[in-house]
Design a protein around this ligand. Structure first.
Ligand SMILES: Cc1cc2nc3c(=O)[nH]c(=O)nc-3n(C[C@H](O)[C@H](O)[C@H](O)COP(=O)(O)OP(=O)(O)OC[C@H]3O[C@@H](n4cnc5c(N)ncnc54)[C@H](O)[C@@H]3O)c2cc1C
Length: 474
């Protein structure tokens, strides 16, 4: 067992404030940083980043080969990044497009990949139970609402896509009539809905921090407040020393863009959230919203919401402006306009909760690759690997990525290492100011398209102009 050198309480309080995430703010365990790396040290596998990707990789490595020396370096504290701030949707579904992976729509590899994402939800459930991670995990599925004719058309197209692809989700992800959708959540103005059972609600901070504890119980060493300045074959450099390791794994998702030579690897897109105070049972009864059910909609700038384990509504959405000079910056994590839009969305979609106090507002950077498709890579010759680019699917996808990286490192001939995203590398984003202009255009055009569709009930054609820059759902 690791000995944890506790720092003064001020450090933990500062981290809670800086992350601004409700999940970390209400976290009831200690956030005092673990000991930083001091000096040089050898290990077998060095992992940079203590979010879901880094920790699942470490967890599977030590589970499969307990004598391996695995060390994780984290610049802040475990879960400081999006892993400790997200919407808590553990959702099945591809984090990418078959075309980007060079496979055709009906290919059996697409079906296998999709099945792997569904299995990841049950895998997370099993580990949460085995490791006794109290993170409010409930697999109650996800309901997508359509509140306009164009949204309903998009839902139907998505279902047709799934049906014609012969994907394993087809029999159980289904369209809902207005009455069926209304029976699940009392939202006004519905045109229909879609339900998938392959989704679970979690408190992401409790999951990621519980996972870190489980890693430590298996002998993983985690150093917090330790920033890697360079990730190289055989070595990770930090200001206070370095790790020598045969294998080095980068697990810094959107923050990868801060590393030398990686600025254009992803578009760091901010997703922002708000949370209400805990709602009384009467309000939940009016909403008819079962515990654990996840709810989103099909606006282009869609919202995603969960009923939290404490009975709050936590709801998020994209649309925060991208800053040219500081694409990743703590100033981007709160935004008055996005907050106001989320408050309005909450009142519109869930009127019974319209008067609830908003107690938290926070956000973080998503990593969008140029082709919006995740990748898991491992170069044995150089001993370098990594994964990311999950664009909002990271809670489930990082579990798959971590298990896959462990199999690749340990030369395990598993099904996971043959999935389409293994070895996939998206091309880079256009250099600035083009990436900046593209991201501004995406946010501006999608917002305008939503306003047009809400006002006219007809599809906004302008979205087509953005097709070269957009993820598949558009
Ligand atoms: C507001 C929001 C809502 C989201 N909602 C969902 C959702 O509901 N469902 C879903 O599936 N996904 C969601 N996502 C995306 C998901 O959270 C991420 O894809 C996922 O957490 C990425 O995990 P990761 O471990 O790869 O990266 P991260 O969680 O970003 O972890 C990387 C870690 O690396 C550390 N780090 C960075 N640079 C260095 C360095 N130089 N040295 C050492 N450490 C470093 C960071 O501090 C960080 O802790 C959301 C994201 C945001 C921001």
């Amino acid at each position: 067992m690791l000995s944890r050198e506790r720092k003064p309480a001020g450090d933990a309080a500062e981290t809670r404030d800086r992350s601004s995430s409700m999940w970390l703010a209400q976290f009831d365990g200690s956030l005092a940083p673990r000991a930083a790396l001091a000096g040089d040290r050898d290990c077998d596998v060095a992992i940079v980043g203590a979010g879901f990707t880094g920790l699942w990789t470490a967890y599977y490595l030590k589970t499969l080969q307990p004598d391996l020396r695995v060390v994780v370096l984290e610049r802040e504290i475990v879960g400081f990044g999006p892993s400790g701030r997200n919407g808590g949707w553990a959702l099945g579904g591809l984090s990418g497009t078959p075309a980007a992976y060079g496979v055709s729509h009906g290919d059996e590899r697409v079906a296998r990949a999709l099945r792997a994402t569904h299995e990841a939800i049950d895998e997370i459930a099993a580990i949460v139970a085995r490791e006794r991670i109290d993170c409010g995990f409930v697999k109650a599925g996800a309901l997508t609402l359509a509140t306009s004719a164009p949204q309903w058309q998009r839902l139907q197209a998505r279902q047709t896509d799934a049906d014609t692809a012969g994907l394993p989700q087809a029999p159980d992800a289904r369209l809902l009539s207005i009455a069926e959708a209304e029976a699940m959540v009392a939202a006004p103005g519905l045109r229909g809905g879609r339900f998938t059972p392959h989704a679970a609600r979690v408190d992401p901070a409790r999951l990621v921090r519980g996972l870190a504890d489980a890693c430590e119980r298996r002998g993983v060493t985690i150093h917090e407040r330790t920033a890697a300045s360079a990730i190289e074959p055989g070595r990770v450099r930090t200001a206070a020393g370095g790790l020598r390791a045969a294998i080095v794994i980068g697990a810094t998702e959107s923050y990868t863009t801060q590393l030398r030579g990686k600025r254009l690897a992803y578009l760091p897109l901010y997703s922002l959230m708000i949370a209400t105070e805990p709602l009384p049972e009467g309000v939940w009864a009016q909403l008819r919203w079962a515990d654990g059910l996840l709810v989103d909609d099909r606006h282009h700038l869609f919202f995603y919401a969960q009923r939290t384990p404490e009975g709050r509504i936590a709801i998020g959405g994209r649309g925060a402006p991208y800053r040219l000079r500081s694409p990743i910056d703590e100033h981007n994590e709160r935004n008055a306009a996005v907050r106001a839009r989320l408050v309005a969305t909450l009142a519109r979609a869930f009127p019974a909760a319209a008067d609830a106090q908003i107690t938290h507002h926070w956000g973080g950077p998503l990593a969008a690759p140029r082709d919006w498709s995740m990748g898991v890579s491992f170069d044995r010759a150089r001993g370098l690997g990594g994964a990311g680019g999950y664009t909002g699917h990271g809670v489930a996808a990082a579990n798959i990525a971590g298990a896959t990286l462990a199999d690749l490192i340990l030369r395990r001939d598993s099904d996971l290492v043959t999935l389409p995203w293994v070895g996939h590398r998206s091309r880079r984003w256009e250099p600035e100011p083009l990436r900046y202009l593209a991201s501004r255009a995406i946010v501006g055009t999608l917002g305008a398209a939503d306003r047009h569709e809400d006002a006219t009930d007809r599809p906004a054609r302008r979205v087509r102009l953005l097709r070269p820059f957009l993820p598949p759902a558009h």
